[in-house]
Design a binder for this molecule. Structure first.
Ligand code: PEP
Ligand code: MN
Length: 262
């Protein structure tokens, strides 16, 4: 990991009507989990109005406890596709197992979550797809390991890879994870792939999301993934780290200001 940044050419990924990377920045926002049709439609419209271009929402949820909400699964994907049709937003959602792939035909970006960053069989299979893959850093993985996982996709023929820093486990307990903002410049010195940051999972608390989102933007991230819920207290997952649509609107404006300064 000792190449110089001046050798690296930033890559712009085409995501339907939008681009990501090489100077193009996108806001990805939406609920942690797709809960029902009305919820995902309302939140999709709100984040679109604030300037998000990509809707996130979990359908297959990798939860630490089997007794918590596990996601709407196939039906969740159907509801995301309905929100895509209604708003024109691109959608990103997580795959957790190879057999789910046929359900992702109309999904714009397939997410490989932190827990599956080193699921090499899954990566190998996704390398044969031409779908953009949003690859999240494992909570216990180095940046070198993240890049090696990306390499599985690239080597297999899928060049459409987005890297995502989402926090790592450290001894610090005041945040859910420790968001490694330095991952952005480090990754950018080693690869031209777009690098985005998820300050929602990275901090675990909604009151910390804004400052870390701005820090990640200032550090040169190509985009942000932010959890938004219109009733965080009643969210079926990750309510405590979800912004309200009103908070997201304010943050999106601040992000645009930081981008303008840069
Ligand atoms: C998510 O984005 O829904 C998610 C589960 O994130 P992570 O894989 O980073 O924990
Ligand atoms: Mn979540």
């Amino acid at each position: 990991m000792n190449q110089q940044s001046n050798e690296i050419k930033p890559i712009r990924l085409e995501l339907g009507k939008i681009g990501l990377g090489a100077g193009e920045f996108q806001l990805i926002a939406g609920p942690c989990s797709v809960e029902n049709r009305e919820q995902v439609l309302r939140i999709a419209q709100a984040v679109k109005a604030a300037g998000a271009t990509i809707l996130r929402g979990g359908a297959f949820k990798p939860r630490s406890s089997p007794y918590t909400f596990q996601g709407l699964r196939e039906h969740g994907i159907e509801l995301l596709l309905a929100a895509k049709r209604a708003t024109g937003l691109a959608i990103v959602t997580e795959i957790t197992e190879l057999g789910q792939l046929p359900l992702f035909t109309d999904v714009d970006i397939i997410q490989v979550g932190a827990r599956n960053m080193q699921n090499f069989e899954l990566l190998r299979e996704l390398s044969h797809s031409q779908k953009p893959i949003l690859l999240k850093r494992g909570m216990g993985n180095t940046l070198e390991e993240l890049l090696l996982s990306a390499e599985y996709l690239l080597a297999g023929g899928n060049q459409r890879v987005i890297l995502c820093e989402r926090g790592i486990r450290t001894f610090e307990h005041s945040t859910r994870y420790t968001l490694d903002i330095s991952a952005v410049p480090v990754l950018k010195s080693l690869t031209g792939l777009p690098v985005i940051v998820d300050p929602s999972h990275g901090t675990g608390f909604s009151h910390l999301v804004g400052s870390m989102a701005l820090a990640a933007t200032a550090a040169g991230a190509d985009g942000l993934m932010i959890e938004v819920h219109d009733n965080p207290a009643a969210a079926l997952s990750d309510g405590q780290q979800s912004l309200t649509p009103e908070q997201f609107l304010v943050l999106a404006e601040q992000v645009r200001k930081i981008r303008a300064v840069l």
